[in-house]
Design a binder for this molecule. Structure first.
Ligand code: RUQ
Ligand code: CUA
Length: 661
């Protein structure tokens, strides 16, 4: 019935022609079934609108074919969004405590969050920028996703079996980062690029010594798929000139083994507009070009393994001179103030958008290799070899104002966000991609206006060796008039674009407000690649270790309280609709270790556990075990209760914790 209605709508669209702007009239000639045509007319919908509705409407119970994993910006979290319905499915707690998931309120999340603290400073938020899905042979494999915290130079690992954060690592030698996270094609490394130069280790140095003491620093975090953790002991960093390195991308296919990062401020500006110096704005944009950084990471890995590094704050750092001597690092000029460095699906080209240049510049990996092999390169002021632009460039395509970031599809098109033009540019790739499209290579095909000021852009499987095409999402910075006024802080606007048709037929489908932060980047993965648990595999599962917890219990009759001096240990069973035990008697000053196991095996039978007064709050998913530990420093009468409406007797799922003075 539903399917036939959609067929009718689609037929109707074809009948009226999809490009029209006039409202679909409620007349039999519109071809729409009478009631649908009436609704369309009543709401003033054009045939384009009806097309967009039919392309995105997802009936109850139907699942999205794609999941978009988006940065959660200043919320410190990550978003999971269904595509094309654009429904938010989950907000994953990453750098910020998240109460619904019980993340950071007494359970194992506390330990994970602590992993990201500075020695003398607890940090409980993040500015997340670029999620990176784990890859196998250049394809998203659906196992893990990584994200960086720009504000504090940290990296987080999320396991996609349960969509929970498993690890946060603090970069010991940087206080801020940006060009992360990007994975190498088999997730050997997670790349965390730097941003604002600082002395390595972020110690004090006068800005007068900027050129000598300040440095850029790129980190290659070694990822261990078996443990599902990055291993700092097997990770390394490379010292760079104090340019401000920006976004990176890993080579793949023909360019596997290499990483490319943009930079700006090759002028070494140090600001001080209040002192009569050029402002950063002016000082960092004086030169016409900055340097695209080209890293041979496989070579760097060998140098690291050969022990040619210094250990600084426990982390291996390959010195700049070593990187130069060992042929790890090269530069080539790029239009000033670039943002994205985006490798094409086969790895043949790197596309760079210079925010202040109307072109995208396309670099050829083959040409870069030829120039390196030919040798005789001049160097920058730090001795890094510089490949001249005419020796590395394949083409330039004029797209418009403010090109930022580029993604790809299966039809040989590239899509570049144009920040100043507020548009998505579709253009053609050349070389091996030329026969996938009907147009000339390296030409602009269409500019689709978006609302407004797009930052990044994401495409279905867009960063893989074989992008899907079909959908592109514009991650817009401003929404201005797109949504009802909710005060001066406006939501961001994710716009779904239909890119399924070739040529100049991109269309806008859907506006999705993001009312929680400014997401920067997103990746879109085929939903069927994700093999998440429906319930935890066994009762007593500890999500931190991803194994059965030694303190789990498997039946309510194993629940118990044991006192040993002033230490009280509790093994609690949690199952509809009661906690066992329901009475916990403590003495003020007792040290409490409390294990909770959700015995449920039914999907979605999650119980919460909130302990009033003690700032404790857990989410116990079916099969999950958590342990909380605290000192009963306050005497009084406290309740613990379930915070998930789990059954008709959910309100009765409660217990008393009495703390005797
Ligand atoms: S960045 S758009 Cu990290 Cu590109 Cu913000
Ligand atoms: Cu368990 Cu409500």
């Amino acid at each position: 019935m539903r399917r036939s209605l959609i067929t009718l709508l689609v037929l109707a669209l074809l009948a009226v022609g999809c490009g029209g702007k006039s409202p679909a009239a409620a007349t039999p000639e519109s071809g729409l079934p009478a009631d649908a045509a009436e609704v369309a007319a009543e709401r003033g919908l054009t045939p384009d609108d009806v097309y967009a509705a039919v392309k995105t409407y997802t009936p109850s119970g139907q699942l999205d074919p794609y999941l978009m994993i988006a940065s959660g910006g200043q919320s410190g979290q990550m978003l999971v969004v269904g595509v094309p319905s654009m429904r938010i499915l989950k907000v994953i707690g990453v750098f910020t405590p998240e109460p619904w998931q019980g993340y950071g309120f007494g359970g194992s999340g506390n330990e994970i969050l602590k992993g990201g603290d500075l020695p003398d400073q607890e940090i409980r938020w993040g500015d997340t920028h670029h999620p990176g899905l784990s890859e196998t042979a250049g394809e998203y494999d659906g196992q893990f996703v990584f994200i960086n915290d720009k504000a504090n130079a940290r990296l987080a690992v999320v396991d996609l079996r349960d969509f929970e954060t498993k690890q946060i690592v603090k970069n010991p030698n940087s206080m801020i980062d940006h060009g992360g996270t990007f994975v190498t094609p088999n997730t050997e490394y997670v790349v965390e690029g730097p941003q604002y130069a600082a002395p390595i280790g972020s110690g004090y140095a006068s800005l007068d010594d900027y050129a000598d003491l300040y440095r850029g620093l790129i980190t290659f975090w070694k990822f261990d798929r078996v443990t599902g953790r990055v291993d700092p002991a097997k990770s390394f960093q490379i010292e760079l000139p104090p340019y401000w390195q920006d976004l990176c991308d890993a080579g793949k296919g023909v360019s596997d083994g290499w990483v490319f990062c943009n930079s700006f401020n090759t002028e070494l500006a140090t600001g001080g507009v209040e002192l009569g110096n050029p402002s950063f704005e002016a000082g960092t944009t004086k030169n016409d070009t900055d340097y695209l950084h080209i890293f041979n990471w496989k070579q760097a890995e060998q140098v690291f393994q050969a022990g040619q590094f210094e250990t600084i704050n426990g982390m291996a750092v390959i010195r700049m001179q070593t990187a130069i001597d060992e042929n790890i690092l090269y530069f080539t000029p790029e239009p000033k103030s670039p943002h994205g460095a985006d490798v094409t699906p086969g790895g043949e080209y790197v596309v760079v958008g210079g925010k202040l240049d109307p072109h995208v510049t396309i670099y050829s990996f083959e040409k870069i290799q030829a120039a390196i092999a030919a040798g005789g390169l001049a160097t920058d002021q730090y001795g890094v070899p510089v490949i001249p632009l005419d020796a590395s460039m394949e083409a330039q395509v004029e797209l418009g104002l403010g090109p930022l970031h580029t993604v790809y599809d299966d039809k040989g098109y590239a899509y570049t966000s144009l920040f100043l033009d507020s548009a998505v540019a579709r253009w053609t790739l050349g070389g091996p991609y030329s026969d996938k499209h009907a147009e000339e290579p390296w030409t602009l095909v269409q500019k689709l206006p978006v609302q407004y000021n797009i930052g990044h852009i994401a495409a279905a499987e867009g960063d893989t060796a074989s992008p899907d095409g079909g959908y592109v999402v514009a991650l817009n910075k401003w929404s201005i008039d797109r949504f009802a006024n909710v005060g001066p802080l406006l939501p961001q606007n994710f716009q779904l674009i239909d890119s399924s048709q070739p040529g100049d037929q991109m269309r806008l489908l859907y506006d999705m407000p993001i009312g929680m932060a400014e997401p920067h980047y997103a990746q879109i993965i085929k939903a069927d690649k994700i093999k998440a648990f429906e319930v935890y595999p066994e009762v007593g599962w500890n999500p931190e270790t991803m194994a059965v917890d030694p303190n789990a219990i498997t039946a309510p009759d194993q629940a118990r309280i044991e006192r040993n001096g002033n230490q009280v240990e509790i093994w609690m069973a949690v199952v509809r609709s009661h906690f066992t035990p329901e009475q916990v008697e403590l003495k003020q000053g007792d040290h409490v270790i409390w294990h909770l196991t959700n015995l449920e095996r039914s999907r979605d039978a999650t119980h919460g556990f909130a302990l009033s007064g003690y700032n404790i709050n857990l989410s116990l998913e079916p099969g999950e075990t958590q342990t909380i530990e605290f000192d009963a420093h306050m005497s009084g009468t406290f309740n613990y209760f379930c915070t998930e409406f789990c059954s008709a007797l959910h309100l009765e799922m409660v217990g008393y914790m009495l703390v005797e003075p």
